[in-house]
Design a protein around this ligand. Structure first.
Ligand SMILES: C[S@@+](CC[C@H](N)C(=O)[O-])C[C@H]1O[C@@H](n2cnc3c(N)ncnc32)[C@H](O)[C@@H]1O
Length: 255
């Protein structure tokens, strides 16, 4: 791995937003954030993004294009939280589609279960860096706004590769690097001021939302993340920017 890639992957291990924390501490702090915001998570997503996250998740599922036939199609949605992506994929897919959410937070899973009702959705508590599934179990792996919360990106990508069947698809939706000069300044002003303020008002926790904004800035940019995916063994790695690079979707295949 190049020095640049290694240093970007290493940075994720010790950054909790802009604060530097020990490698063992990061996951515990991330878990505290999601335990606190879980009951208001869906509402906050809508408020913070003006509903944009819904369109980005629609784009993710459109690119995934789950088969509409009755043939089996097993999706694993990692860091799936309250089920936004998995529920969309089930709606888009045929009768053979099934979805499993794997998330580390009991509180987020609880909020997801309440919301999913009787949809064909399985919930498993587990860590993206050590997935509790056998190798070659899934036809597709999705992760939306989860990757930047992880401590070891290479471990998570290796796990994605392991649990996918040969011919399986990897898709990651994540905040990314804004590539338009005016938009990046507007976006900075909005996210560092309005988002923590909204978090304080609606979820009662400005600090948790400050972490979310800062973690976005520390995540590798589009090209760097593309190379990390390639290094995990994936092929045909591509990405698409959404809303000027505020978010990006990376797609890859385990061939
Ligand atoms: C920003 S939320 C995204 C939820 C959902 N995918 C969405 O797009 O709305 C991030 C999720 O990552 C989960 N998470 C954080 N660290 C994790 C880990 N190591 N393994 C699995 N899930 C993790 C959190 O519990 C939280 O539910």
């Amino acid at each position: 791995m190049s020095e640049h890639l290694k240093s970007r992957a290493d940075a994720a291990k010790t950054s909790f937003g802009f604060a530097r924390v020990g490698e063992e501490a990061k996951q515990g702090l991330v878990n505290e954030v999601f335990a606190k915001v879980a009951p208001r998570y869906d509402l906050m997503n809508d408020l913070m993004s003006g509903g944009l996250h819904r369109l980005w998740k629609d784009d993710l599922v459109a690119w995934l294009a789950p088969p509409r036939s009755a043939s089996p199609f097993a999706l694993l949605d990692v860091a799936g939280g309250t089920g936004d992506v998995a529920l969309r994929a089930l709606r888009a897919g045929g009768s053979g589609a099934s979805a499993t959410i794997c998330d580390i937070s009991a509180e987020m899973i609880e909020a997801g279960r309440r919301r999913a009702g009787d949809a064909k959705l399985g919930f498993v508590r587990g860590n993206a860096e050590a997935l509790p599934f056998a190798k070659s179990s899934f036809d597709a792996y999705t992760i939306a706004f989860g990757m930047r919360n992880l401590t070891h990106l290479e471990a998570a990508l290796a796990e994605a590769f392991r649990v996918l069947k040969p011919g399986g698809r990897f898709l990651c939706l994540e905040f990314s690097a804004v590539e338009m000069p005016l938009l990046d300044r507007l976006y900075d002003a909005y996210s560092f001021n309005a988002i923590p303020a909204l978090g304080g008002l609606v979820a009662g926790d400005a600090a948790a939302y400050r972490y979310l904004v800062e973690s976005i800035r520390r995540f590798p940019d589009q090209e760097t993340f593309m190379h990390l995916i390639e290094n995990a063994g994936f092929e045909r790695v591509r990405y698409r920017n959404l809303s000027g690079g505020i978010a990006a979707i990376h797609s890859a295949w385990r061939l």
